[in-house]
Design a protein around this ligand. Structure first.
Ligand code: NDP
Ligand code: MG
Length: 383
């Protein structure tokens, strides 16, 4: 029998790559459900190619329009309830979380409670609610296999046998499009330039996060929860060649790295086929073409978001959720032309400073409340 997949966020950058992987392995996988926010044109096209049983969009009024575009037997759902219904279906074995933003938290918890296998691209859910998500996954004996390339690399290096001997995690970062550009020039650069990552083609939110290096900050928090590792054992190394996707160091000083061309189809495929491996359509690395591999420490003065993320993680409680929500809103304001690029870290730092009522061991309700406060506060500061 084929493994049945629900793909949440199918029209995005990860979603489209996931469909390429599933097409290439179509004797093993089939699509039960596809979900998007509002891009019904792309979603209906995907439905014609992949023949799902159910589709979901965010708003009710869009589901009517979508219905007119697809086969009448396909069920059309909408909103958060629709996502929860999909991840609870008995004909879903694996859920791929490729939605951007923290709206993933509720369906992720629901999928875990329903004991689905999770292939997780969305990092915001772990940043805000890792302290709730990971224990719940453990309790329900659910595997969360990371898709984020660095975390997939660590997951692949670590395996269960090396886990007790882990000393350090090295998260690599390309440094993004601004690595070699002086800070004083940041605001003169076009949005097109900021969104054009030198190594990865990604959605706009994560591309801006890569330029501010908040992406790496979020990934430090993501690694803390995925691998149950203290913050001071997670180092970030700038590695512009993007060949080493991350490394682990064991207690005897031995280092394991995962190396390949930067192509998200590799971690996506591994997350759905784990522990098995299959051939891929991705080109292999040609070592004779690599002139050198370099590693350096990140510049925290130039990229303060990395410092802010570490501070939020150390403070704990609702701080990481506030960081995440403030970042989402600040990036939205930047993309909407409301604030300059250099304002993004300034606004996030202010919101974190204004967050006086952090709750030590927050419930999901507390996290949602802190996020919605942080969103309002950020919007105010971006006016
Ligand atoms: P995109 O912006 O390209 O895609 C987001 C997808 O989520 C789209 O399909 C969008 O639909 C859908 N979506 C957004 N909000 C909702 C919602 N409330 N309900 C249903 N669907 C929704 O993002 P990416 O693919 O770049 O990133 C997705 C996630 O993966 C992010 O969390 C990111 O951090 C993470 N990630 C991405 C990587 C990459 O290479 N792109 C690498 C590592 C992690 P619509 O098209 O209709 O807007
Ligand atoms: Mg990453």
């Amino acid at each position: 029998m084929k493994t049945r997949i629900a793909l949440l966020g199918s029209t995005g950058s990860i979603g489209v790559n996931a469909l390429k992987v599933i097409s290439s392995l179509n004797d093993r996988f089939e699509i039960t459900a596809l979900c998007a926010d509002s891009n019904i044109k792309a979603l209906s096209g995907q439905a014609r190619s992949f023949d799902p049983k159910v589709l979901c969009v965010r708003d009710g009024w869009l589901s009517g329009k979508l219905k007119a575009l697809v086969h009448p037997e396909i069920s059309i759902l909408n909103g958060a309830d629709g996502l929860e219904e999909i991840v609870s279906r008995p004909d879903v074995d694996i859920v791929i979380f490729a939605i951007s933003g923290s709206s993933c938290i509720a369906p992720l918890l629901c999928a875990i409670k329903n004991r689905k296998r999770i292939a997780l691209a969305n990092k915001e859910s772990l940043v805000s609610a890792g302290a709730i998500v990971m224990p719940l996954a453990k309790k329900n004996n659910v595997s969360i296999i990371p898709i984020d390339s660095e975390h997939s690399a660590i997951f692949q290096c670590l395996g269960s046998e090396k886990r007790p001997f882990l000393n350090k995690i090295y998260l690599t970062a390309t440094g993004g499009p601004l690595l070699d550009i002086p800070k004083k020039r940041f605001d003169s650069l076009s949005r097109k330039f900021i969104l054009n990552h030198p190594k990865w083609k990604m959605g706009s939110k994560i591309s801006v996060d890569s330029a501010t290096m908040m992406n790496k900050g979020l990934e430090v928090i993501e690694a803390r929860w995925l691998f149950d590792t203290e913050e001071d054992r997670i180092d970030v190394l700038v590695h512009p060649e993007a060949a080493v996707h991350s490394m682990i160091e064991l207690i005897d000083g031995t280092v394991f790295a995962q190396i390949s061309l930067p192509d998200m189809r590799l971690p996506i495929q591994y997350a759905i086929t784990y522990p098995a491996r299959f051939c891929t359509e991705v080109e292999f690395l040609n070592f004779s073409k690599i002139k050198h591999l370099s590693f350096r420490k990140p510049d925290l003065t130039k990229f303060p978001c990395l410092r802010l993320a570490r501070e939020a993680l150390k403070k704990g409680g609702t701080y990481p959720a506030v960081l995440n929500a403030a970042d989402e809103e600040a990036v939205k304001s930047y993309l909407g032309g409301k604030i300059k690029f250099s304002r993004i870290p300034i606004v996030i730092e202010k919101v974190l400073e204004h967050h006086k009522r952090s709750i030590k061991e927050p419930s999901i309700g507390d996290i949602m409340e802190a996020e919605s406060w942080a969103r309002e506060e950020t919007v105010k500061l971006c006016r």
